[in-house]
Design a binder for this molecule. Structure first.
Ligand code: SAM
Length: 315
């Protein structure tokens, strides 16, 4: 436990020594705290503050600008769902682009698909890649796949220069729309994604929490309906350490959720709710077994609570 409060960044709680509290203008009036056993890395890149700490109950934790990006205990839920919801919805994906995803977890999951021949990644911050390789080897294993081409740069610029119709799938594994990822939630970016996808190509983006961000989700859905003429769907999953809806008393928290926008361009029909392309189990040996994703949870991810269904279907 790092008892010296003076050296620790603001997100390390001064109220409860030895605890990390995740506070953000993205979820005002709430905070999620994890007990810290040891701070393993603190750095500041050209884009964001980067912290890694050993938590008491969630393994090692990666934090960017004070927001939890992944923990060893529950990263499987997010990485597997954001990857297999799109890739299991189309037959034989071959060329995949990952925007963000600097921890390597999405690459690890894309690599399970034997049909994939090329995996391009554009991650803006090399420090995230280096830190993940050092502290999260089971996540960063994705970088070892020979099909991966890593570009360090801004995903917005990368997509602007991408050849038209060149990808079967784009996965936008971004941080929140505050800081370097802001433009990844805006219309021009979605337009450049649609242009880079082949007819019937698919995109899956990190799309916040329906408990906390219906306003952001509304805007994203409106933009996507205008831009993607195939299908537009919102799915969600449970990730305990993602933005959460805290019920009182404070120490009892409904576990966190995270959502995904899944869209396809005009062309061959894509029915996201019924996966057509099961994961090639033989490839899972090198990256360990799937811990979260399966065909049933794939279909269930598109079942929404009424308050969200009403908003999303009205756009
Ligand atoms: N699992 C996390 C979540 O749910 O928010 C996201 C993980 S991943 C660490 C997010 C990555 O997006 C970070 O490595 C960050 O550097 C990267 N990123 C943010 N803005 C970017 C941009 N404009 N272009 C490319 N990568 C970006």
């Amino acid at each position: 436990e790092n008892g010296d409060q003076t050296k620790e960044p603001a997100c390390f709680s001064s109220v409860i020594p030895g605890w990390f509290s995740e506070m953000s203008p993205m979820w005002p009036g709430e905070a999620h705290s994890l007990k810290v056993e040891k701070v393993l890395f603190q750095g500041k890149s050209d884009y964001q503050d980067v912290i890694v700490f050993q938590s008491a109950t969630y393994g090692k934790v990666l934090v960017l600008d004070g927001v939890i990006q992944l923990t060893e205990r529950d990263e499987c839920a997010y990485q597997e769902m954001i990857t297999h919801l799109p890739l299991c919805s189309i037959p034989n994906p071959k060329k995949v682009l990952v925007i963000g995803g600097g921890d390597g977890g999405v690459l690890r999951e894309v690599a399970r698909h034997a049909s994939v021949e090329q995996i391009d990644m554009c991650e803006i911050d090399k420090m995230v890649v280096d830190v993940s390789k050092q502290f999260f080897p089971n996540v960063a294993i994705g970088f070892e796949d020979p099909r991966v081409n890593l570009v360090i740069g801004d995903g917005v610029a990368f997509l602007k220069n991408a050849a038209e119709g060149s990808y079967d799938a784009v996965i936008v594994d971004s941080s929140d729309p505050i800081g370097p990822a802001k433009e990844l939630f805006e219309k021009p970016f979605f337009q450049s994604v649609a242009r880079a996808l082949r007819p019937g190509g698919v995109v899956c983006t990190q799309a916040e929490s329906l408990w906390l961000h219906m306003d952001i989700i509304e805007d994203i859905v409106s933009n996507c309906r205008e831009i993607f003429k195939g299908s537009v769907n919102y799915a969600w999953t449970s990730v305990p350490t993602y933005p959460r809806h805290v019920s009182l008393p404070l120490n009892i928290q409904s576990h966190g959720v995270i959502g995904f926008m899944l869209c396809s361009t005009e062309g061959p029909d894509v029915d996201f709710k019924n996966p057509v392309n099961p994961i090639d189990d033989s490839s899972s040996k090198s990256n360990g077994p799937l811990k979260f994703y399966n065909a049933e949870i794939h279909s269930a991810a598109f079942c929404l609570p009424s308050f969200a269904k009403k908003v999303i279907e009205s756009k």
